[in-house]
Design a protein around this ligand. Structure first.
Ligand SMILES: O=C1O[C@H](COP(=O)(O)O)[C@@H](O)[C@H](O)[C@H]1O
Length: 239
């Protein structure tokens, strides 16, 4: 695991964009395609915008396949949709074709949507899903993807994608399980801001308690794990 600390969030974002492009070039040279699972929420928007502007002509974007590490159970046109955020911030301006974007089918019921997404992922990877890159964020409650504290998703080992009901918000989300994430070749967290300092401390330095701090589940089996953070987010670490 490597913790890459930057003074400002924009520097962390710029460094992760470089890594995204380097991973993509490596995977395309080796396998003629690059598979990436995008994170959602608020943190990655600027990363996607930067990729779509600075790196527009640096990559063969036709060979990049986009998935979603988690998705809100809403229509693709809904403002909460992770797909809509990625489309607006990046996919449209890069002219990514629809067959390169694997969306969660939120027209199905939540359990069927999760099962169908798992089926699509398994088909893409010939039954052995290993993403080249999984992007993750960290909630201030230490959730990652949509593996939230106190939910069944924390304990799931067999399933690769699962629906999760968030009682306090009264919504469903569809999420990769830690099993699927941990099989990736490279996992990268992007986290910034003082509001993440307690969560980062608990995840990186706290007692193991995955029910309360689900991001502790993220430990790649064979791949690499990097954290891209700003000074504010690591302000409570004992360094
Ligand atoms: O990995 C992820 O983390 C976030 C936390 O997001 P943020 O909005 O605090 O940056 C999560 O909710 C998101 O959907 C996910 O992909």
């Amino acid at each position: 695991m490597s913790l890459k600390v930057f003074k400002e969030s924009n520097e962390a974002i710029a460094a992760l964009a470089e890594v995204f492009v380097a991973d993509a070039k490596k995977a395309i040279a080796k396998n003629d395609r690059f598979s990436v699972a995008l994170s959602g929420g608020s943190s990655p928007k600027k990363l996607y915008e930067l990729l779509a502007s600075k790196y527009k002509n640096e990559l063969d974007w036709k060979k990049v396949y986009f998935f979603f590490g988690d998705e809100r159970y809403v229509a693709h046109t809904h403002p909460d949709s992770n797909y809509l955020m990625a489309k607006t911030a990046m996919l449209d301006s890069l002219q990514i074709a629809d067959n390169q974007v694997y969306k969660v089918d939120t027209a199905l019921d939540p359990a069927s949507a999760a099962l169908e997404y798992q089926r699509c992922i398994c088909a893409f990877f010939n039954d052995k899903p290993v993403f080249d890159l999984v992007l993750l964020g960290l909630g201030d409650d230490a959730h990652t993807a949509s593996i939230f504290p106190g939910t069944d998703l924390v304990w799931i080992e067999e399933e690769l994608v699962k629906e999760v009901y968030l009682k306090d918000k009264e919504v469903y989300r569809i999420s990769f399980s830690a099993t699927l994430i941990n099989d990736a070749a490279h996992i990268a967290f992007l986290t910034f801001g003082a509001n993440k300092a307690d969560a980062i401390k608990a995840v990186l330095e706290g007692e193991r308690d995955v029910a309360q701090y689900p991001a502790q589940l993220i430990k790649p089996r064979n791949g690499e794990l990097d954290w891209f953070v700003d000074e504010a987010a690591v302000g409570k670490l004992s360094r």
